[in-house]
Ligand binder design. Structure first.
Ligand code: COA
Ligand code: AMP
Length: 630
């Protein structure tokens, strides 16, 4: 039996052969003769002469191979009391019909379609329908507010937007249509038509440019899959960078499908006919890769769950779903397990559910703290697999490849690099750090298939943000170390990106909102540790001269306004609840805000006072504010 070391060594010894072999898991319209094209470095291309259709690979070919009656997608929505399973034949049919709708609205190869939908099957259908036409979807997470949606519409310039009348958050109905209308109002680009899924929980008022999903599908003619180049974009997924402007991560077709198809048996140990339950959201990369594309590419069954791990109706829903659908691998974020632990510390809600089919728990999206790791391991008695990746990479960089071999687990480490990822740790001077010492985690170029090609319409920002810090390396933005056994430890972001309940957010976008308040002279937002959500944002504002913060009720009123502004403009998901008024922010003599120092103080570290600081006494005030909260 080949073990992890053998497979990793093979991937390094003959990269071409390794990935061409992996590509054989797909049905190509034109099979690739070459794996990597590095002629336009640093813009690498995978399978340059290959042609395929990703939706065909995810659907039709399984029907053709006799799996038409097998479950492809099981939608389970405790918040609406709905369950529905689509077989491969049914899902193929629905996708072909919706592709027909989009085609009638003028969508063709390369056109963008923004998808702003809650966790309903139509989200998966819309994504696959775009892929079927060779169009490029851009899914926007439902927890983002109108302003964030507008930014994405303006950048992606979609021909059509697909949305719904509402989403459901616990017992609350969140109307999406007014948000969409506001976003389109804000955006300089006006998409032609909006297809709206009417949900019974809230009927949306329709305008002249709105098309009702059900009506359109009723009269649609199914569309066939359109073969496209392997290197053509499959989707653009916006993610938070360090500034308020989101980054449009561009994913190709052939490289991505190959990497995902490789990862399913080797990392997640899920194959045809087996079930994976990824409790995330289609708006995040985890949802794109492991709710939608990867399970379907390998002929597995995917569970689409609309709800939270706790709350409506209780903390037993994950266990019910695992038992009911025979889930083999469960994948979610550590936060979900922290929420379960808080609600049900003794795991009483697992009682009565047959979890014997559940073989692994996969966790990613944020650091897995050892306490949560141990709790989950004891609760379930199965391997708990921490793994590390990013929107940019599309699939795991570092993981325990249980489908090949269960490598001994070291709590706190997502284990070892997967084939294709040459992970290194560098010091500020670009010199490799000795084993066990912290530095910037980087990946030597080229990145493997599946990783992003560039940023949408912004090659320059791609190079500047990711490739310019260390020549020949991709800067992950995470800091950490590699120990003497080759285990990678990811300790956290080194930039202004934060991770709130497994949701990646930019402190920069929140700062832009705070700075727009007429009383605010300057501000900073940093991520502070939170027992449930891992991190939560915390704002600090300095007021304009002449404003009396001590006036009765002023500070509380201002805080309320600022919190509301961030909720309205970035979204509820930002979870900014605390804003403190401070007399000054710590800065360097050249005026740069010392965010790292602020983060250190917030985390209770004994941060050394930077030699570049303009006025060290500012730190004392900050310590007092933060200590007052603890
Ligand atoms: N549409 C509209 N609003 C949304 C939303 C969506 N799709 N997703 C979240 N929100 C809202 C929530 O309702 C909440 O609003 P509130 O402040 O009015 O209560 C706010 O955004 C913050 O959401 P969240 O951070 O998710 O907190 P929560 O208290 O609702 O739930 C957890 C906490 C831990 C249960 C939840 O975050 C969870 O299940 N996380 C799993 C992690 C995950 O899926 N990560 C994705 C990457 S793997
Ligand atoms: P996203 O792009 O939303 O997937 O977020 C990616 C970021 O989440 C990474 O850069 C890390 O900071 C963090 N992250 C994801 N998985 C892990 C993990 N297993 N351990 C530590 N951090 C993680």
């Amino acid at each position: 039996m080949r073990g992890y070391d053998d497979v990793f060594t093979e991937s390094v010894a003959d990269r071409e052969a390794f990935w061409l072999e992996a590509a054989k898991a797909l049905d190509w319209h034109r099979a690739p003769s070459q794996a990597l094209d590095d002629t336009e470095r640093p813009f690498y291309r995978w399978f340059p002469d290959g042609e395929l259709n990703v939706a065909y690979n995810a659907l039709d070919r399984h029907v053709a191979a006799g799996r038409g009656e097998q479950a492809a997608l099981s939608y389970d929505s405790p918040v609406t009391g709905t369950r529905r399973t689509y077989t491969y034949a049914e899902l193929t049919n629905e996708v072909a019909l919706f592709a027909g709708v989009l085609r009638d609205l003028g969508v063709g190869v390369g056109d963008r379609v923004v998808v702003y939908l809650p966790m309903v099957p139509e989200a998966v259908i819309a994504m696959l329908a775009c892929a079927r036409l060779g169009a490029v979807h851009s899914v926007v997470f439902g927890g983002f507010a109108a302003n964030e949606l507008a930014l994405r519409i303006e950048d992606a310039l979609p021909k059509v937007v697909v949305s719904a009348s509402c989403g459901i958050e616990g017992s609350r109905v969140i109307e999406y249509k007014p948000l969409l209308d506001r976003a389109i109002g804000l955006s300089a680009h006006k998409p032609g038509k909006r297809v709206i899924l009417q949900r019974p929980e809230a009927e949306a008022a329709m305008g002249p440019d709105d098309v009702d999903w059900a009506d359109a599908v009723a009269s649609a003619v199914p569309a066939d899959p359109v073969p496209v180049k392997s290197t053509d974009p499959l989707y653009v997924l916006y993610t938070s960078g360090t500034t308020g402007k989101p980054k449009g991560v561009v994913r190709d077709c052939g490289g991505y499908a190959t990497a995902l198809a490789w990862s399913m048996p080797n990392v997640y140990d899920v194959g045809p006919g087996q079930t994976i339950f990824t409790a995330s959201d289609v708006g995040w990369v985890v949802g794109h890769s492991y709710i939608v594309y990867a399970p379907l590419l390998v002929g597995a069954t995917t569970v689409l769950y609309e709800g939270k791990p706790v709350g409506t109706p209780d903390a037993g829903q994950f266990w019910r779903v695992c038992a009911e659908y025979g889930v083999r691998s469960l994948f979610t974020a550590p936060t979900a397990f922290r929420a379960l632990k808080k609600e049900d510390p003794r795991g009483e809600y697992t009682r009565g559910y047959d979890l014997s089919g559940l073989k692994y728990l996969f966790l990613a999206g944020e650091r897995l703290d050892p306490e949560t790791y141990h709790w989950a391991t004891e609760l379930l008695g199965i391997p708990v697999i921490d793994h590390w990746w990013q929107t940019e990479t599309g699939w795991p960089i570092v993981a325990n490849p249980v489908g090949i071999e269960l490598v001994p687990i070291k709590p706190g480490s997502p284990t070892k690099p997967l084939p294709g990822w040459d992970v290194q740790v560098l010091g500020a001077n670009g010199v490799p750090m000795p084993a066990g010492e912290d530095g910037a985690i980087v990946i030597k170029l080229p990145l493997p298939p599946g990783a992003f090609r560039t940023l949408w319409n912004d090659d320059e920002r791609f190079v500047e943000s990711y490739l310019s810090a260390f020549d020949g390396y991709y800067l992950t933005g995470d800091g950490g170390r590699i120990d003497e056994d080759g285990y990678v430890f990811v300790m956290g972001r080194t930039d202004d990106v934060i991770n709130v309940a497994g949701h990646r957010l930019s402190t920069g976008s929140m700062e832009e909102v705070l700075a727009a308040h007429p009383d605010v002279a300057e501000c900073a937002v940093i991520g502070v540790a939170d027992a449930l959500k891992g991190q939560v944002p915390r704002g600090f504002v300095v007021l304009k001269a002449g404003i009396d913060a001590t006036a009765e009720g002023y500070a509380a009123g201002l805080r309320g306004e600022l919190v509301r502004m961030v909720r309205d403009q970035v979204g509820a998901v930002a979870s900014l609840k605390e804003v403190a008024v401070v007399p000054a922010l710590p800065k360097t003599r050249s005026g740069k805000i010392l965010r790292k120092t602020m983060r250190g103080i917030a985390d209770g570290l004994d941060e050394p006072v930077p030699s570049t600081i303009e006025d060290a006494s500012v730190l004392d005030t900050l310590r007092t504010v933060l200590r007052g909260d603890r």
